[in-house]
Design a protein around this ligand. Structure first.
Ligand code: HEM
Length: 190
């Protein structure tokens, strides 16, 4: 726990450093793997992004909404609270399903369609509130840079039909997505 005076113990500092290392690792690799997947499912996007590089940002926001890494987050209530008519006692563990919220039809029209032209404001791909992702600017930068390189260098990305995606298992959906994915790429010439 945090000390009242706001100074970390050595153990807290070590745990915080380990957490930041982990928080920025498979979150990013999974989102980038999902970028390959969405570019394969929407073959026109490589050329579109090559022609208008600002679209890489739109692509990454929709990617974080539609096929984000963090499927679930947890909280413990600090006081009794009523949400949508359900009263939760103080100290209750609450599982927040970010991935489901990102497909909420009340918030996003036609939520199961991947559409980089939609408004993605308020998606939960990087969480929300005081505990939203501390590394979101870096994560966005990395994923946009990768997307731009793919658009500049490739004409097509296809998933290997003989080797299905092998999904991450066993972490209760916190970070979920491809653990192993086989792709075929065609390079641009000239
Ligand atoms: C694509 C990559 C990433 C995704 C999808 C992602 C997503 C998220 C999400 C959804 C949360 C909120 C979790 C919650 O509500 O409990 C979060 C928290 C956090 N992320 Fe990321 N993240 C990514 C990359 C990174 C990177 C690169 C770093 C650090 C360099 C980082 C550091 C953190 C930290 C420290 C928190 C906890 C913030 C807090 O509890 O106050 N993340 N991330």
């Amino acid at each position: 726990m945090w000390k009242d005076e706001g100074i970390l113990t050595e153990r807290e500092a070590v745990e915080l450093c380990s957490f930041v290392f982990i928080a920025g690792h498979d979150t990013t690799t999974i989102l980038i793997a999902n970028a390959f997947r969405m570019l394969s499912e929407h073959p026109g996007l490589l050329a579109r992004i090559r022609g208008n590089e600002e679209d890489a940002g739109r692509f990454v926001e929709e990617l974080a909404r539609y096929r984000g890494t963090v499927q679930r987050a947890s909280r413990i209530t600090t006081e009794e609270v009523t949400v949508s008519g359900v009263t939760l006692p103080k100290g209750a563990v609450v599982r927040l399903l970010n991935a489901a919220a990102n497909r909420d039809p009340g918030k996003f029209a036609d939520p199961d369609t991947f559409d980089i032209d939609r408004t993605t404001d308020g998606h939960f791909g990087f969480g929300a509130g005081v505990h939203s992702c501390a590394g979101a600017p870096l994560a966005r930068m990395e994923t946009i840079a990768t997307t731009l390189q793919l658009a500049r260098k490739l004409t097509s990305i296809t998933l290997d039909p003989d080797r299905p995606i092998d999904y991450v298992r066993g972490n209760n959906l916190t970070n979920s997505g491809p653990a192993r994915m086989y792709v075929r790429v065609e390079a641009r010439h000239g």
